[in-house]
Each structure stands twice: as C-alpha cells, then as structure tokens.
Design a protein around this ligand. Structure first.
Ligand code: G3P
Ligand code: CA
Length: 263
C-alpha cells in the first residue's frame, strides 16, 4: 500500500460516468449521459466506433445485438440504418423507453450545454479494424468543437485505449491531448524510462487488477504517473482507490460514488 500521505482527497477525486449513468439507464444513451450530468459527475466516459459512412457513434460492442433491437455490425451499417434502431428498451424490457443511437457529436453538444466544465474520457474502438480512421475522425470532431487543447494540462478531453497503436496515432496527430493506456489482465511493463505503453500520459488499470495487486498502483505513482481506474462501483473499491492515490474513478454508478465521497 502507499503511504497515507498519498491518499486522494475525497473532494478532489474525479468521478467519471462510465457509458453515462449506466447502472440505472441504458448505456451510451442521451438519457444516461443527461442523468450523469444531473447527478454531478465530473466527467463522462464513452466508447466510439465508426459507421460505414464514417460517422462516430457511441457504442461499446462490435455489433448492435446486446444493446438494441437490431442485428448487425456497427462498422457495416450507416448512421441512417443505426438510427432506425432502438438502443433504449433492452435494459428494462418491462418499461420500454426508445432511444436512438447516440452520435459522438450529439454527446459533445450535451457537454457544451452543461454550463460547467465536463471531462470527457473517449475510448476508441477498434484500432485494427478501422486502421486509424477512428482516431483521425475523433480528432477532427474534437477540433470542430474547440476541444483540442494547446497544452495537456488544460485539456478537458482524454483518449483511452487498450491499443498502443491507437495511442501512438493520437500522440503523433495531437500531442497535447492526454492519453490513457488501459489494461485489464497483464501488469504494465515499465522499462528503464518508466514510461507507459503507447506513450500514454495516464495509467488506466481495471479494478480487478488493482484489487489483486495494489502495489502496482503504488509503483505507477512512484514512477510519476497519474492513475485512472475503471470500473469502480463498490464502496470498498472506492476506498481502496482513495487509499492508493488514484486521480479518477470511472463508474457505472456516479450518484452512489459521489454520495460516498460526501459530494
Ligand atoms: O473506462 C475504460 C473501460 O471502459 C474499458 O473497458 O470494455 O468497458 O470499454 P470497456
Ligand atoms: Ca470503454
């Protein structure tokens, strides 16, 4: 464990809503993100994929089966085809609530309308399948919304990936955008330079890895890295992350985590 002085202040830790307020509402829908903003989340996490006609949509899976009433692969469907599907009713079949696919641009409009600073943690899926087009389109849209920073410390946006390739692409095209390297199984190998894979500026381990090896977080912090952990829903996991000096908690339950933090 870390020294107690390394603990994160309860008021300072950032609470990021994973796919919106997604324990309560269907993930990646406008209502799930609106709820997260109402609940006071500091930021929003989303996964982005490219449609067949080159638009970014907020969908986690490769296919639409789990979270919609349709069938097919996101990258093989146009935005018009995806827009004909309902992404809202799968979660609570007894009380259907229709919800269209959420475009990344619509999400940025919600953030712009929030009237306060909202952090965005955007995960690009999938680097091999899209051969870099998802990262370049993401940066183009961020630029259009004035969200490309001049310096990393002023950025409200960060790009996350399990893929070193994706992070290198972002670094080359927009070096001031902070990048989070995600991992869930293997421990990171910090070489002589102690730098993160993919030239990332932030470490993003999954909570199971943190539980199994809390010393790994301490080592990352000693190497000077910021640590953002996903997906932190349980009270004991919130406490563990605070004890370890984690900077941001990515959670499906932002209201519960904020209440636990006394906010
Ligand atoms: O926030 C990172 C986390 O979302 C990565 O896993 O599968 O939920 O996208 P996944
Ligand atoms: Ca994700």
């Amino acid at each position: 464990r870390t020294d107690r002085t390394d603990r994160t202040d309860r008021s300072a830790v950032k609470v990021i809503a994973h796919r919106g307020s997604s324990a309560a509402l269907p993930e990646h829908t406008e209502e799930a993100y609106r709820r997260a903003l109402e609940e006071g989340a500091d930021g929003l996490e989303c996964d982005v994929r490219l449609t067949a006609d080159g638009r970014l949509v907020c969908v986690h899976d490769r296919t639409v089966e789990r979270t919609s009433d349709g069938r097919g692969t996101v990258s093989a469907m146009t935005l018009a085809q995806l827009s004909a599907l309902d992404f809202g009713s799968w979660k609570h079949p007894g009380e259907p609530r229709r919800s269209p696919v959420l475009t990344f641009e619509r999400l940025l409009e919600l953030v712009a309308d929030a009237g306060r600073r909202v952090e965005l943690a955007v995960e690009t899926k999938h680097p091999v399948r899209y051969a870099g087009r998802v990262e370049s389109e993401l940066l183009r849209v961020l630029g259009r919304f004035g969200l490309l920073p001049a310096a990393p410390e002023e950025s409200a946006v960060r790009v996350m990936s399990f893929s070193e390739l994706a992070l290198h692409r972002v670094r080359r095209a927009a070096p001031a955008v902070p990048r989070v390297y995600l991992w869930e199984r293997r421990l990171p190998v910090l070489g002589r330079t102690r730098s993160l894979p993919g030239g990332a500026s932030i470490a993003g381990p999954g909570i199971e890895l943190v539980r199994r090896d809390p010393g790994m977080v301490a080592a990352l912090r000693r190497a000077g890295h910021r640590v953002h952990v996903w997906t932190v829903d349980r009270p004991e996991d919130v406490e563990l992350c605070l004890e370890l000096g984690v900077e941001a908690l990515i959670t499906n339950r932002p209201a519960e985590v904020l209440a636990r933090l006394g906010r």
